[in-house]
Design a protein around this ligand. Structure first.
Ligand code: SF4
Length: 236
């Protein structure tokens, strides 16, 4: 990605009524995001490796914001039966913070979810959503986004989290009927949904899970390793 690609993407997001900001690195992103969250705001969280990688929750806690995070060990491991209720509660927060699978050059936001809480939080419920993405999430168009999600992001996600899906073994999507299928909801935000303030923060670093197969293998391996360090493992 060069500066021009960032400019094109930011401009396209703005034309689609999203607020869009570019941060040169995670420190700059933290500052931008903290400025967007009022001191007394309740902050809900959608699952995102990028959020964990930039340590935004730790910074919000220092600001004494209340955080509703369904993806803590408490709700992922100890009390998974409560996770759904906490996910619902997070959708009524003042500010919802999440990642995204892909952002296109023409300013669309593309996601495929298993549960859908993350995409609902981008559409309606919270007063504001902040969507944080690394540069590696930017793709040419919706077709490329969907192809990449189905054949790179979802298979690696399923493999790493030990979901029993065909793609976890083959690395490619076979449009499965697995009970643990992670692709149940496909949402493309063409324009900003009307009743939510929405800011996309693009960080000029590789963050979260996404790559193009033509990239150098060292870069891809680094993305995987960094993701592995922060992600959770699914337990039945
Ligand atoms: S539909 Fe099934 S096989 Fe395809 S990516 Fe999703 S979980 Fe994997």
């Amino acid at each position: 990605m060069d500066k021009n690609d960032f400019k094109v993407t930011i401009k396209a997001l703005e034309s689609n009524n999203f607020e869009a900001k570019l941060a040169e690195n995670r420190d700059e992103a933290l500052k931008l995001i903290l400025d967007l969250v009022p001191r007394d705001a309740v902050v809900g969280i959608g699952d995102s490796a990028t959020i964990r990688q930039i340590s935004i929750l730790e910074e919000l806690l220092k600001k004494e914001n209340s955080i509703i995070n369904p993806f803590t060990n408490e709700y992922m491991i100890d009390k998974p039966q409560l996770r759904g209720d906490i996910q619902r509660k997070a959708l009524m927060s003042d500010v919802f913070i999440t990642g995204s699978n892909a952002i296109t050059f023409d300013g669309k936001i593309v996601n495929i979810d298993m549960v859908g809480n993350r995409v609902v939080g981008m559409i309606f419920g919270p007063k504001r959503v902040i969507i944080i993405v690394g540069r590696n999430k930017i793709v040419k168009n919706v077709d490329e986004a969907l192809l990449r999600i189905k054949n790179i992001i979802a298979p690696y996600h399923a493999f790493r989290k030990k979901f029993k899906t065909p793609c976890a073994t083959t690395g490619k999507c076979s449009n499965c009927d697995s009970p643990q299928r992670i692709c149940n909801v496909t949402v493309i935000l063409d324009k900003k949904p009307r009743r939510i303030d929405s800011t996309v923060v693009i960080i000029n670093e590789d963050l979260g899970l996404s790559w193009d197969e033509t990239w150098p293998i060292e870069r891809i391996e680094r993305i995987k390793t960094n993701y592995d360090e922060v992600t959770w493992i699914f337990k039945e």
